[in-house]
Design a protein around this ligand. Structure first.
Ligand SMILES: Cc1cc2nc3c(=O)[nH]c(=O)nc-3n(C[C@H](O)[C@H](O)[C@H](O)COP(=O)(O)OP(=O)(O)OC[C@H]3O[C@@H](n4cnc5c(N)ncnc54)[C@H](O)[C@@H]3O)c2cc1C
Length: 477
């Protein structure tokens, strides 16, 4: 692919972030470009979240907030209207629906087909390459070669890292479980054919959204055995709700990004308490922070960010990453029926016990499971990433961890910053890789803006104003 003046962009990762970056390049570029999307492991164009084939896995964001485009807020709802199962649903009902994630994956696929299957008017061509990128080798004279695990390579002038979430961090004792039939290291692999009988026990390590997915699937499969879920705090995600209008937060004239962590925490606690006294859900305060979160995070000192991550993040995540009410009702029902037991304890280690696995806990009695699923969530220490590609890019000095060691250091236009603070001539990064820089960077409402911003950087398109995310809050009845 060398010897051409057409700009060559390689996007590593073909989930939502990678696909929508390619779509935005096709929409925005005024010049011919060659775009290659390299993807492995998950269905191209769908990624981890929307590659599920299980209809019981619902979006955890209402349809009205799931447009793939920041400039077309109703796009997903309008697309749903093209389907016979949604075309007659009253507008308000459709907008508030939590749609199956695989249907959102169909939406993404249809966007890929519409924008990428033929060259754009300006001559942007997009190719999907199935394979794992393992390195980026800069070439003398400019550009680079993106190397694939199978020995192939793709030429690039710019490379976008859209690799998504990290795999879960390894747990102590996990090496002894290699090949054990009762161990599921990756919760997204098909474990449904490994289920024990209804007198068996399944242990879910973690109590977040992945664990909720597993519980819902076990119920959809009609499995009647015992389920244990364990995490340090033992908190399951909370439900979305239709709350009340609350205009007191942020108080008029207060710039939340100027408060610093201690004063902001005190202010939020004060308003949560006020809401509780009114009989309303305190999560309204977290919702109302959504348009400000990235600004607040970037205004925090590194010490404040570290303190927030240590002291506040778990509670924040529970209130922030809520689930569809119907999913929440099922999880609550599993608890009430005694099928599901949740434990607040630290996982000390895992040990094989013949066909079973022992989960050694600190803070609760050890558990013994026929099937143990690692749903502990992505590893957050970036320098310990298990991605061979990212390790190599760091070793080669092509990217550096951000100050929090949660992801890649980038400039506001997504260009990677090198150790000396210079802009990388080659690499850009987006999505969950920006957690240390932005904190709020994993859900579609933020990612759609990023996909557009990355495309603007690559095509030199004028920068569109950032989307007003205050429309996302859901407290108004
Ligand atoms: C179960 C689940 C449910 C979710 N539900 C919602 C929801 O309802 N609403 C919402 O807004 N957000 C949701 N999210 C958040 C979700 O992370 C984002 O919406 C979005 O899917 C992230 O997309 P991504 O492309 O950044 O990452 P991913 O979807 O993880 O895609 C990254 C892709 O890159 C590939 N890749 C990585 N490294 C390489 C490499 N070296 N070479 C080649 N390919 C590589 C991976 O295999 C993967 O296919 C959910 C997340 C999960 C995990």
């Amino acid at each position: 692919m060398t010897g051409t003046s057409t700009q060559r962009t390689v996007i590593i990762g073909g989930g939502y972030s990678g696909l929508m970056t390619a779509v935005n390049i096709a929409r925005l570029s005024k010049n011919p470009m060659q775009v290659s999307v390299i993807n492995t492991g998950r269905p191209a164009g769908r990624g981890v979240a929307y590659g599920t084939r299980r209809p019981e896995h619902l979006l955890n964001v209402a349809a009205r907030n799931m447009s793939a485009f920041p400039d077309l807020p109703d796009h997903f709802v309008q697309w749903l209207r093209t389907r016979s199962d949604f075309d007659r649903m009253p507008d308000q009902e459709l907008k508030e629906r939590f749609i199956p994630r695989m249907i959102f994956g169909d939406y993404l696929k249809s966007l890929g087909h519409h924008y990428l299957s033929t060259p754009s008017m300006a001559g942007v061509t997009t190719t999907f390459v199935e394979g794992e990128a393992v390195g980026v080798r800069p070439l003398t004279g400019g550009g680079a070669e993106v190397q694939l695990a199978d020995g192939r390579s793709v030429g690039a002038d710019r490379v976008v890292l859209a690799c998504g979430n990290e795999a879960p961090a390894p747990l102590p004792g996990v090496d002894a479980l290699t090949g054990h039939a009762g161990w599921v290291a990756n919760p997204w692999e098909a474990w449904h054919d490994k289920l024990p009988g209804d007198d068996g026990t399944i242990i879910l390590l973690g109590t977040g959204l992945t664990t909720v997915d597993a519980i819902i699937t076990l119920r959809a499969l009609g499995w009647l055995g015992r389920i244990h879920a364990v995490s340090r705090h033992g908190w399951l995600p909370e439900s979305h709700f239709r709350g009340r209008e609350y205009t007191d937060f942020p108080p008029a004239g207060v710039k939340v990004e100027e408060l610093g962590l201690k004063r902001l925490r005190a202010l939020m606690e004060e308003h949560c308490q006020k809401l509780r006294e009114m009989g309303a859900n305190p999560a309204i305060v977290v919702d109302k922070m959504r348009p400000h979160t990235q600004h607040v995070w970037s205004a925090f000192t590194v010490e404040e960010r570290l303190e927030f991550a240590r002291r506040d993040a778990a509670r924040w995540n529970i209130l922030r990453h809520r689930i569809a009410p119907e999913i929440h009702a099922q999880v609550t029902n599993a608890q009430l029926m005694g099928q599901l037991q949740v434990h607040a304890a630290t996982i000390q280690g895992l040990e094989p016990e013949g066909d079973r696995i022992r989960v050694v806990l600190d803070g609760a009695e050890d558990l013994h499971g026929d099937l143990v699923i690692n749903a502990t969530g992505p590893q957050t220490r970036f320098s310990a990433t298990r991605s061979g590609l990212l390790q190599r890019l760091m070793a080669d000095g092509l990217i550096v961890p951000d100050e929090m060691d949660m992801g890649v250091r980038v400039a506001p236009d997504h260009t990677a910053l090198l150790a000396d603070g210079q802009r990388s001539p080659l690499l850009l990064a987006m999505g969950p890789l920006l957690r240390g820089t932005l904190w709020e960077t994993i859900a579609v409402p933020e990612l759609r803006g990023q996909a557009r911003r990355v495309a603007e950087t690559l095509t030199d398109a004028p920068v569109a104003p950032a989307e007003d995310l205050s429309a996302l809050v859901e407290f108004i009845i």
